[in-house]
Ligand binder design. Sequence first.
Ligand code: BES
Ligand code: MN
Ligand code: MN
Length: 456
Amino acid sequence: MEKVKELLESSKQQFIDELLELLRIPSVSADPKYKPEVARAAEFVKQSLINAGADKAEVFPTKGHPIVYGEKIIDEKLPTIVVYGHYDVQPADPINLWSSPPFEPVIKDGKIYARGSCDDKGQVYMHIKAFDLMMKTNTLPCNIKFMIEGEEEVGSNNLGDFVKANKEKLKGNVILISDTSMLANDTPSIDIGLRGLSYVEVEVVGPNRDLHSGVYGGAVANPINILCKMIADMKDENNHITIPGFYDDVQDVSDADRAEMAKAPFNLNDYKKDLEIGDVIGETGYSTLERTSIRPTLDVNGIWGGYIGEGSKTVLPSKANAKISMRLVPNQNSDKVTAMFKSYFESVAPACVKVKVSAHHGGEPVLTPTDSIAFKASSMAMEKTFGKKPIPTRSGGSIPIVALFEKELGLKSVLMGFGLDSDNIHSPDEHYGIFNYLKGIETIPYFFKYFTELSK
Ligand code: BES
Ligand code: MN
Ligand code: MN
């Protein structure tokens, strides 16, 4: 491991430069305009796997964006670690709120600012460089496979088919993922859970055309008013979601586990200060950390309708729309929750409007084991490089494909992420600490070492 550390020390600048090059490719999966750029990012990832020493690396086309697969098999009898990540990124909008252009990375105060720097190009590239270091120092202790997709940010629609069609190719012992965050740079943590997701779009239609709000206002339903009320009614005075049956499958977390979770360092005042909010709000009876991890949510992601141009226009709009997401926890099921939402929303709609609910992609919640070799190896690896035992935490975010890996491949995942919640992923000025990037590259080879040793 000394050799790895020395080579990392002398390769730092090059490793940073290579990541900046990847960050310059605007691989926005959501916007068809960027399709060639997404393909270019896939080629870049493939080439970097080959340069690092993969036996083979290929770009697999899908109905959507391609999947990059690469491997280095040193001995069939040794364990195989499958690294999953994504090279696609969220749209950069609103671009005018960025301090520097999202696809022209800059380094400021020890952080790399660019879309995808943390989520997830920076974290994927740590694995490629860690692999590179293990190859160059002859210390790769087991087999490695990479599956880096280009559609995570749009729901991984085609990865499921790829996984089902390539079960033999993807055979391994564990999935290793760096696409989550830790508590702080001096407080390492490992995620042991992800929330699931139900995502719907609703349309509320009133009169058959936009009307003069003076001539008709007061007598004809305003779909925006109705939609707002319907949304507001979906939470009661305790911020409990009112959809019947919504909590039926929610697994209670034991008092002992809640007490354990409460030990994670968290300062409510700092939290409020960072977000410039006067107070937090959420489900009665749960702490802020619990509200963002072990409890389900319902949030409007976007709402539109009526006149939003310059000045004022007196109009009673014909239509209103909203995009609504629900974060799910074990053992909720996204199809079931989506169906519940739909029938509830339709049933509470007053006769003065027509409503339509359509479902977007979803994903299932997961819990990863803490008594596994893989968890132990990741804990030991982080303890080695951070000098502190990582704290197990549950994350509020979602990586829908993790549940599918378990179902289709029978493989559990380890969520060893190196980002921070404050890295502004999905927001303007996304960044990733150089400390985090290099710490990840340093830690990953230890995971390989300990996992291989513990597997014996
Ligand atoms: N890397 C994130 C998920 C994440 C972020 C997990 C932070 C834990 C901590 C991932 O790229 C993501 O953004 N997932 C989406 C879901 C997807 C279906 C669009 C999410 O959580 O909104
Ligand atoms: Mn991600
Ligand atoms: Mn993301």
